[in-house]
Design a protein around this ligand. Structure first.
Ligand code: KG4
Ligand code: ZN
Length: 353
């Protein structure tokens, strides 16, 4: 059995977790401590990098101590220290990375500098023991991509957003409608009682043969509708949210369907369709993707809600996956505020139609 500490500080969650893996490759989360900074950023309607970095410094050491405590182990029991070294806000990334390097140096344990996106991408293997290759929709506040996950460190991007990320679009929609931050859960909650057909919002990119997304036009269309009927009653906000979410769902399903077609050229037959990242908490998106997977004769895997958003368990797990392959880092590992998961879009692999 191997056990790794995972540290996450790339955005507005400070997180520390302890995860073990047995000889059969089965993962076990032994502690998963997450402190959200939502309250600190709420007044600004988004994450303020300097506030985030400072907040990470203030709580990270205690959070790590608590994670080890919950797991009932000490530093000596660890086989490695994993940390998200990017992509993300540089201040926060540095807080986590310097902390992890210090711990690695003092405890003489290997450092595992993990890509935050790779950690989201591999979460389905922690929760469901999923085998490679699989099609991943990675959708969060900063990223939206469809990726063929072929192995650890082996990703082919089949599509991505040309403007806003899906989570960002939810956040902007919420802000526009006077809802709280982060916007995704708020929009989803309002959409539950709304009429998804009241507003005919566009479905950007629908039918395109590349699996790319574009969401800024949808956001603009939402704004125009909201301004047209202002002042907004609660009913109007609910209908706007429902119409917006329905448009996003249609786009996600259509883009994922295109990516499924492209997948075989890039990676063979997928074992499953997987959703990851904060947006994968959205029930409507989950249900629609599960239906699409069913149509294609595939299983659908999405992490349990606490593992959808940013967390330390996914970082520890990605660290374990890398440790098992001998992919360890040394103390020169850089902070990488920009760190793409997959280098080049696999345009050539996309068939017509
Ligand atoms: O992965 P994550 O926690 O952090 C990033 O790396 O960005 O994702 C946060 C994003 C936010 O934009 C948030 O609004 C969105 O995920 N989100 C949702 C839902 N829950 C969180 N979007 C739609 N529906 C949700 N239920
Ligand atoms: Zn994330």
């Amino acid at each position: 059995m191997k056990t790794v500490l995972g540290i996450e500080t790339t955005c507005d969650e400070t997180a520390a977790a302890v995860v073990s893996v047995d000889e059969d490759g089965l993962g076990q989360i032994r502690a998963n401590e997450v402190l959200s900074q939502i309250a600190e950023h709420a007044a600004y309607g988004g994450v303020v990098p300097e506030i985030a970095a400072r907040a990470h410094v203030e709580v990270l050491d205690r959070l790590i101590a608590r994670a080890l405590d919950r797991a009932g182990i000490g530093f000596a029991d660890l086989d490695g220290i994993a940390v998200a070294a990017g992509p993300g806000l540089i201040g926060g990334v540095l807080v986590g990375l310097v902390t992890a390097k210090t711990l690695a140096l003092v405890t003489r344990k290997p450092l595992l500098a993990v890509n935050h996106l790779e950690a989201h991408a591999l979460t389905a293997r922690l929760t469901d023991g999923l085998a490679f290759p699989y099609l991943l929709l990675l959708a969060s506040g900063g990223h939206t991509q469809l990726v063929a996950v072929r192995g650890v460190g082996d990703y082919v991007r089949l599509g991505s957003t040309v403007d806003d990320a899906i989570g960002e679009a939810f956040d902007k929609a919420a802000k526009l409608l006077g809802l709280g931050y982060p916007g995704g859960p708020e929009v989803e909650r309002m959409a539950e009682t709304g009429d998804p057909e009241r507003f005919a919002l566009p479905r950007p990119m629908l039918g395109r043969r590349e699996a790319d997304f574009s969401l800024s036009g949808l956001k603009t269309a939402l704004r125009i509708e909201a301004e047209r009927i202002a002042p907004l009653a609660e009913r109007d906000v609910a209908d706007l949210c429902a119409s917006f979410q329905a448009a996003v769902v249609d786009v996600v399903v259509d883009r994922a369907r295109v990516a499924l077609r492209a997948f075989s050229g890039a990676a063979g037959r997928p074992t499953a369709l997987v959703a990851a990242g904060g947006v994968s908490a959205n029930g409507a998106i989950r249900r629609a993707l599960a239906a699409l997977a069913g149509e294609a004769g595939l299983g659908f895997v999405a992490p349990p809600l606490p593992l959808c958003g940013d967390n330390g368990a996914m970082i520890a797990w990605a660290g374990l996956e890398r440790l098992r392959l001998g992919l360890v880092d040394d103390l020169t590992a850089p902070a990488r505020p920009r760190w793409p998961l997959a280098a080049d879009p696999a345009r050539a692999a996309v068939p017509a139609g």
